[in-house]
Write a protein that binds this ligand. Structure first.
Ligand code: PMP
Length: 396
């Protein structure tokens, strides 16, 4: 007899429950801000990707409302049929100018951007070499291609070079890396990676989901931080769903990249275009970050302060150098218990264990934003001190 849907659902859920991996997300009762209400409790929020405080920013909301009124609720079609509104093209021009690239295309999310771009670009006979800690959307995007896939050790340019020496091809060679790694908060060593890639005639593909709006002048990103923004052999992709406050993804680079993606990227071809209000908010976000330099200053001041204070309290922040600030606990039970105790003290910070992070390195991932005040951070640090001592993670 065939499996019923109930049997399948129950078996899958029980197995997740037994392995301690069943997720039931906490629910926000207010906008996603530095201080918000979660499951009925007032908290300092260290769990969001809202780096610049744009998720509930007045300038973005005003432009979203304006575009909603003028352009309607939905785009009405996929981009290639009748869904390309003037505002979509304007946003793309704005992104290309901001990133200093030859062209840019906007897609629905960072996730679908990796699916779309990797799927459109790579074919059988190509070689793609990917950092072992790259994001799930890159891994899934690569599964859609028939290119030969190899994985290099995390952030290790020498290992990348070894693989490029061992595997050659007449096809396209692509080196794929996150710009900022989402779980450790470290940077890809793009200076070394691009140099190795160039030596072997390979193109470098940087997913800057956590670097865009965070790294480089006015948040132009990790590629800008390393000075490669004008290069034709560097592709920048990323999300518009984190620092930029809305939802979406972009691909920017070579002058002909956009045209190819319009013709080949399957999410672009087969999924309805972004809603006007979202496009408006994103256009305003790009203007706002350049108009108000204090946003980036506050983000980085807060980042430096929070990391230094956590280290002073005796916590291991795993060498992170960006606003992503992990605190290492080792075993998942300890990280989850610490997260629960922090929440009781009004701090929302999420514990992460295997398979999201490697075994033995369960942690709480904190993300500092421009919107946090010193009071917010001091409140969180006080809670960390109490919880660290009560769990025996830091000295009493
Ligand atoms: N790439 C990376 C490196 C990410 O961290 C994320 C977000 N989790 C994504 C892509 C997906 O972006 P989005 O949420 O816009 O789909």
């Amino acid at each position: 007899m065939s499996t019923s849907l109930s049997e399948r659902l129950n078996a899958e859920l029980s197995s997740l429950r037994e392995s301690g991996l069943l997720i039931s997300p906490r629910v926000l009762d207010a906008a996603n801000r530095a201080r918000t209400r979660v499951d009925g409790r007032e908290v300092v929020n260290l769990a969001s990707n809202n780096y610049l405080g744009f998720a509930d920013h007045p300038a973005l909301k005003a432009r979203a409302a304006e575009y909603l009124e003028k352009w309607g609720v939905g785009a009405g079609a996929v981009r290639t049929i009748a869904g390309t509104l003037r505002i979509h093209e304007e946003l793309e021009e704005q992104i290309a100018a901001f990133k200093h690239t030859g062209s840019a295309l906007v897609l629905h999310s960072g996730f679908t951007t990796n699916q779309g771009v990797l799927g459109a670009l790579l074919r059988e006979g190509d070689l793609v070499i990917s950092d072992e800690l790259n994001h799930a959307s890159i891994i899934d995007g690569l599964r859609l291609t028939k290119a030969t896939k190899k994985v290099y050790r995390h952030a290790d340019a020498a290992d990348l070079e070894r693989l490029l020496q061992e595997h050659d091809t007449d096809g396209l060679k692509l080196v794929v890396t996150d710009g900022v790694f989402s779980m450790d908060g470290d940077l890809a060593p793009l200076d070394a990676l691009v140099a190795v890639a160039r030596k072997h005639g390979a193109v470098t593909y940087v997913d800057d989901a956590h670097g865009s709006g965070v790294m480089g002048e006015s948040g132009r990103g990790t590629v800008h931080h390393f000075g490669f923004e004008y290069a034709d052999d560097v592709i920048q992709v990323g999300t518009l769903s984190k620092a930029w406050g809305g939802v979406g993804g972009y691909a920017a680079g070579h002058a002909n990249l956009r045209q190819l993606l319009i013709n080949r990227a399957r999410p672009y071809l087969f999924s309805t275009a972004q809603a006007p209000a979202t496009v408006g908010a994103l256009a305003a976000a790009l203007e706002e970050v350049q108009r108000d330099p204090t946003l980036m200053e506050r983000l980085w001041d807060n980042t430096r302060y929070f990391k230094a204070e956590l280290a002073r309290l005796g916590f291991d922040t795993m060498g992170s150098v960006t606003p992503i600030t992990p605190v290492l606990f080792g075993e998942p039970a300890a990280a989850f218990e610490a997260s629960r105790r922090l929440f009781e003290q009004g701090v929302f910070a999420v514990g992460l264990g295997f398979p999201t992070v490697p075994r033995g390195s369960a942690r709480i991932r904190n993300i500092v934003t421009a919107e946090h005040t010193r009071d917010d951070l001091d409140h969180a640090l006080q809670a960390y001190q109490t919880v660290g001592r009560s769990l025996g993670v830091t000295a009493a």
